[in-house]
Design a protein. Structure first.
Length: 397
């Protein structure tokens, strides 16, 4: 796979829906109403492979099929290996379940004191406020829950969740997720955010959303006013490939930024999508130009039917090594594995430290050159803190 970044091109336009009035196209309600949700609708616009046909037949038993017209326009309908296509069109491989795959791969249910709320870390909670998304990623961590294709029957319990947060003063950080919180109406979303903002010990409100990517029309002036009113509200969006960085997404990110919403991006490392250093570099550069800081690159969770997306962890380390030192530090995400069974996020980094002892640290830089940093003061050196940084001897081997 290769990808050449074009600095001047941002995809935009209505594509297959040129006949639709612009007022409809720009309506997030119209986009949701006209989603592609069946094999028959897909085949109206493109020729499916046999693997895709089988996947579509199976979708409603695992994770529903849904693609917004806006996002469908990004698919190369003539390329079965298109990285956008792989993310949202079901495949037969979803029916194959490996021995190491789990329905609840992150052990969320076991850390759920009340329905819809996960309290794994000491000072923060995950608040699942809906089971619906604008479109469904085929590698979804919560495929057991979202779209209810597996009859999970998740029903958000807002009041129970809010009461739990109110009663636990150690909770200073609340992440709204689901499903996608931005599918809620402005009124419902404002109710939840305003209640959280009224809790004195809640310092940090975050939203995890792929709505700006699937449905940028949802980022309306009215929604942005809510974020201004109760901010700062932090948001992590989810972009996996530079083709997703369109003019519409860029404009949506600018609206959010101007409303005071700090933006980060969480990508998932996916085979055939972004498991390539050149693609990842193009992605993180485009994100920064959209005012979005690359935040996490996740190793894919051990979800059922996801083995065709999984990438060797060594490949992920190689990608991070290719970024570090070869582009701005702001562009380098933290590569992490969310430990199976509920262990939480664990950073995975290239090994730069060669050795460490009481005397020194020996390490390599991004070029592979060896350096040492002394840990003991030289004989006769001044007291701690008295050596100017420029005088500390750094020796290249």
């Amino acid at each position: 796979m290769s990808y050449t970044e074009d600095r001047s091109t941002w995809l935009e336009g209505q594509g297959l829906w040129q006949h639709v009035p612009e007022s409809d196209w720009q309506s997030w309600a119209w986009q949701l109403k006209n989603r592609i949700t069946t094999k028959e609708l897909l085949e109206r616009y493109m020729t499916l492979t046999e693997e895709e046909k089988a996947g579509c037949e199976f979708a409603n038993k695992k994770l529903a099929l849904a693609i917004t017209p806006y996002f469908f326009n990004l698919i190369d309908r003539n390329d079965p290996a298109c990285p956008i296509r792989r993310q949202v069109i079901p495949r037969a491989e979803e029916m194959l379940v490996g021995a190491d795959e789990m329905l609840d791969s992150l052990g969320e249910d076991g850390h759920s004191p009340v329905p819809g709320l996960v309290h794994r870390y000491p000072d923060r909670v995950l608040f699942l406020v809906t089971d619906r998304c604008a479109a469904y990623c085929r590698y979804c961590t919560r495929s057991r829950l979202v779209s209810n294709a597996q009859d999970y029957n998740f029903h958000p319990e807002y009041e129970q969740g809010l009461r739990y947060i109110e009663e636990h003063p150690e909770v200073r950080d609340v992440l709204l997720s689901g499903g996608d919180p931005l599918l809620l109406s402005d009124k419902k979303l404002e109710h939840i955010i305003s209640r959280l903002r009224a809790i004195r010990h809640v310092e940090f409100i975050r939203i995890g959303s792929r709505i700006p990517v699937f449905l940028p029309q949802r980022i309306t002036p009215e929604l942005c006013e809510i974020f201004k009113r109760y901010g700062p509200v932090w948001m992590s969006i989810h972009v996996n490939h530079p083709k997703e960085c369109t003019a519409e997404l860029k404009a949506a990110c600018e609206r959010l930024s101007f409303a005071g919403v700090p933006l980060g991006n969480q990508s998932v490392l996916l085979k055939g999508v972004n498991d390539d250093a050149e693609v990842m570099k193009a992605l993180v550069h485009r994100l920064l130009r959209m005012r979005v800081r690359p935040y996490y690159l996740y190793q894919m969770d051990l979800i059922t039917g996801g083995s065709h997306f999984r990438v060797d962890v060594r490949k992920g380390i190689e990608i991070i090594r290719a970024l570090r030192g070869n582009t701005t530090g702001y562009a380098v995400p933290q590569y992490a594995i969310d430990a199976p069974g509920g262990g939480g996020k664990v950073p995975v980094n290239p090994e730069y430290v060669e050795s460490i002892n009481d005397d020194e640290v020996v390490f390599r830089n991004y070029e592979g050159k060896l350096f040492r940093y002394p840990l003991k003061k030289a004989p006769g050196a001044p007291a701690d803190g008295a050596i100017p940084f420029t005088e500390v001897p750094i020796v290249v081997y």
